[in-house]
Design a protein around this ligand. Structure first.
Ligand code: G3H
Ligand code: 13P
Ligand code: ZN
Length: 317
């Protein structure tokens, strides 16, 4: 069942975080639904601009609608990840999305507010909610590559004014994470001090943590042992998710870890079965491994086992 992102945030705020997983293809969709139903977790499916053009935006919509029929127990929201203004309007008008992210974080403060405000007005008129971003993460994003020296943390002193003037419904904050597989090159870690300051000025307001893949070392080692070259990859400690959720982080974005599962499964499979050329045996292994990965991640997020409570909350509405 597709629900609004807002409903999921109301249920989770201050207690646990909802996993927001990027998907691009059929196998990911199957594994994602299976893993969430098995772990009884609500979740957010997010589609980037790149995902929408990889095959076709209609293809992803059809896959998600069909998965909704195959897994009637699933409760989830559909979200545009890192949208530019044009893509936000396309999603708002499609009638399919629960929420959009307008990422105008590369603009200056006033520009970011103005762009976000326009998207918020269009979205609210159609019953969608909007995630905006203040501060800038390092790494590669949809339409912007941000070098480490240009990345900057969210300024708690600006957060309240930004939310009030832009009208956004949730805020992506830069608190030390970055996109991709190579985070924390030096001795950085999550800036709980900054997060706590932001929560003080925005009590009860849902915050979003991007760049939250854990980049498990075992996964990286297996990929490298099977011919990969991912030297120095490092991520966020998943044991910190619950602490972040208690400080207002209600949505945690994970994409890279899923790509690592895909890469490990395919590299190992074809190394171990050099005679194979059928994509279905390896596809089946990936679906099972991705489902296992999602279920384990939901335990770390605290969202595992929350489906019944959400169902009860929806029944009361
Ligand atoms: O933050 C970006 C997400 O990981 C989506 O990546 O734009 O390559 O689909 P993508
Ligand atoms: P990772 O690259 O850490 O998975 O972050 C994904 C993300 O923030 C998607 O918006
Ligand atoms: Zn992101």
């Amino acid at each position: 069942m597709i629900v609004t992102t807002k409903t999921l945030f109301e249920a989770a705020y201050g207690k646990y975080a909802i996993g927001a997983y990027n998907i691009n293809n059929l196998e990911q969709v199957m594994g994602l639904f299976r893993g969430n139903v098995e772990s009884q977790a609500p979740f957010i499916i997010q589609l980037s601009k790149g995902a929408r053009t990889y095959t076709h935006k209609k293809m992803l919509e059809a896959l998600i609608k069909t998965a909704d029929e195959i897994f009637p127990e699933a409760i989830f929201a559909v979200h545009l990840d890192h949208g530019d203004e044009e893509t936000c309007y396309d999603c708002i008008n499609s009638g399919f999305y629960s929420s959009v992210m307008i990422d105008a974080s590369h603009e200056d403060f006033e520009g970011n507010i103005a762009t976000t405000r326009r998207v918020v007005e269009a979205a609210h008129a159609k019953g969608l909610v909007v995630e905006a971003e203040l501060g800038q993460l390092g790494g590669v994003e949809e339409h912007v590559a941000v070098s480490e020296d240009r990345a900057h943390l969210t300024d708690p002193a600006q957060a309240r004014e930004f939310v009030e003037r832009s009208g956004c419904d949730s805020l992506a904050v830069a608190i030390g994470t970055s996109h991709g597989a190579f985070k924390f090159s030096g001795s950085q870690s999550l800036r709980f001090d900054v997060l706590s300051e932001i929560q003080k000025v925005l009590p009860g307001f849902p915050l979003v943590m991007h760049g939250s893949s854990s980049v498990p070392q075992e996964e990286v080692e297996r990929i490298n042992a099977a011919g990969g070259k991912l030297a120095g990859a490092k991520g966020v400690d998943a044991d910190q998710f619950l602490r972040a959720s208690q400080l207002g982080v209600t949505k945690i974005n994970i994409d890279t870890d899923g790509r690592l599962v895909w890469t490990r499964v395919h590299r190992e499979f074809f190394m171990q079965h050099p005679e194979q050329f059928d994509f279905r045996p390896v596809g089946k292994v990936f679906i099972a491994e991705y489902a296992k990965f999602i279920a384990a991640k939901n335990v770390k997020l605290g969202s595992a086992g929350q489906l019944e409570a959400i169902r009860a909350m929806l029944a009361k509405k």
